[in-house]
Design a protein around this ligand. Structure first.
Ligand SMILES: [Zn+2]
Length: 363
C-alpha cells in the first residue's frame, strides 16, 4: 500500500507504483544504491554574488561536497558492484588550475583542499581505481577536481559541457570570473557526453520500463532515452531498476545535471531512515544557499568591471524553475543536498554519512 503520509503527487505516485508493482510482478525493479558523502575541500564565497539582500562584506565558508554512489547487484550468483563518484570537488594543488582560474581562485580564499576526494575515498578503503564512473554535475572549477587522479574511470558530463570546455560555446551570458574552463580537462577516449535532454521519449519512466523488462539490473546505461519522471521533464534511469536517475537540472550552466538516488534503508548513509528506503537528491549548484530554498533570500546579482550584470546562474529564469521543482521535491520528503550545502555539513546527524565515518555503510 502507498505510504499513508504521502500527499498525492506525480512523483509519489511513481514511488508508490514502483513499490506496488515490484511486489506484484517486477521484483528486479526495486533497486537501491548506497550513498555516501565525500569531503573535497572548502572555500569562501562573497555572499553578494549568491544571495540578495546581503551585506557587501559578508563571506561564507562552504564545502565542495562530492558523493560516492555504489550500486550492488547479484546476478547468476555473482555480486556486481558499480561505483560512481558525483563531482570531484576542489583540486588539491590549486597551482595546477589554468591561469585564469587561478586568478578567480584568489578571490575565493581562504580555501582548504585537504582532504580532497581521493583522501576521502581512502578513508573508506577505496582508491580511484575502484571508481568506474565520475559524473560531473557541471564543469565549473570547484567541481572538476583533478581528473588525472582517476586514470581508469569513465567521465560523464551533461549535454553542452564539452562545448564549454573547448571554448566553442562561450557566450555573453556566461559573465563573471567563475566562467573559465580547461580545454584539456578530460580525455576524450574516456568521456561520455549525455544526449540532449530536451529530446524526450514519448513515455514516462514507468512505461519505458514496461517495454524493456529484460534489461539487466546490474548494467549501467547512459544511452537510455530521456523520459519524464514526476515534475522532472527529463531523467535517465541509469540501471533501469529505479535506483539512480540522472536529472536534467537546467539554469546554472549548460549541461548541469543532478542525481536522484533511492538509498537503501539498511545503510546508515540513508540518514537514519529507520530501515525504510530513502530518496536523496544531489543538487550540485542548482542552489547555493538554503535561505533561497526557504524564500528568505533571492538569487544575487553583481556587476563586473565593465558594468555588465552578472549572475552565478547562466540562465536565471531556468535556475529559478529548477529551484522551484526542488522545493516541491523537498516538500514530498525527498532529501535535497547541494554541493556547497554548509547547513547540511554542519548538521551533526550527517557526520556518519561520510564514506569511512564510523558506522557508515555498515548494515
Ligand atoms: Zn557552479
Amino acid at each position: 500500500m502507498p505510504k499513508q503520509a504521502a500527499p498525492p503527487s506525480t512523483l509519489f505516485s511513481f514511488l508508490d507504483t514502483t513499490q506496488a508493482s515490484t511486489e506484484a510482478s517486477l521484483p528486479r525493479r526495486h533497486g537501491t544504491v548506497q550513498v555516501h558523502a565525500l569531503s573535497a575541500g572548502h572555500f569562501s564565497l562573497p555572499e553578494e554574488q549568491f544571495v540578495h539582500p546581503s551585506s557587501p562584506s559578508a563571506r561564507s565558508t562552504v564545502p565542495s561536497l562530492c558523493f560516492l554512489i555504489q550500486h550492488i547487484a547479484t546476478e547468476a550468483g555473482q555480486t556486481i558492484t558499480t561505483r560512481i563518484v558525483f563531482d570531484l570537488g576542489l583540486r588539491r594543488d590549486i597551482s595546477r588550475y589554468s591561469e585564469p582560474i587561478q586568478r578567480h581562485v584568489a578571490t575565493r580564499q581562504p580555501m582548504t583542499t585537504e582532504p580532497d576526494v581521493v583522501a576521502s575515498l581512502r578513508a573508506g578503503g577505496l582508491t580511484p581505481d575502484d571508481i568506474h564512473y565520475v559524473v560531473y554535475s557541471h564543469v565549473h572549477w570547484d567541481h572538476v577536481g583533478e581528473p588525472r587522479d582517476f586514470p581508469h574511470s569513465t567521465f560523464v558530463v551533461g549535454h553542452g559541457s564539452l562545448g564549454l570546455l573547448s571554448g566553442l560555446s562561450a557566450s555573453g551570458t556566461l559573465r563573471g570570473g567563475h566562467s573559465f574552463f580547461e580545454a584539456d580537462l578530460l580525455d576524450p577516449s574516456r568521456t561520455i557526453e549525455l544526449s540532449d535532454p530536451t529530446v524526450v521519449a514519448e513515455t514516462t519512466v514507468e512505461t519505458s520500463r514496461s517495454i524493456s523488462p529484460s534489461s539487466s539490473p546490474s548494467s549501467i546505461n547512459f544511452n537510455v532515452p530521456w523520459a519524464a519522471l514526476g515534475d522532472f521533464p527529463s531523467v535517465l534511469d541509469l540501471f533501469q531498476d529505479g535506483s539512480l536517475f540522472i536529472v536534467d537540472a537546467p539554469g546554472h550552466l549548460p549541461g548541469h545535471i543532478n542525481l536522484l538516488a533511492r538509498a537503501s534503508g539498511d545503510d546508515d548513509c540513508g540518514g537514519g531512515s529507520g530501515g525504510r528506503d530513502k530518496w536523496v537528491y544531489l543538487a550540485g549548484d542548482a542552489c547555493h544557499d538554503r535561505r533561497i530554498m526557504r524564500k528568505e533570500r533571492e538569487i544575487g546579482e553583481w556587476h563586473d568591471a565593465h558594468d555588465h550584470a552578472c549572475c552565478i546562474h547562466a540562465d536565471r529564469a531556468n535556475a529559478e524553475a529548477t529551484i522551484e521543482r526542488l522545493r516541491t521535491l523537498e516538500g514530498k520528503g525527498v532529501e535535497v543536498i547541494f554541493a556547497h550545502d554548509v547547513e547540511w555539513e554542519n548538521d551533526e546527524r550527517n557526520r556518519g554519512r561520510y564514506f569511512g565515518a564510523q558506522g557508515a555503510g555498515e548494515p
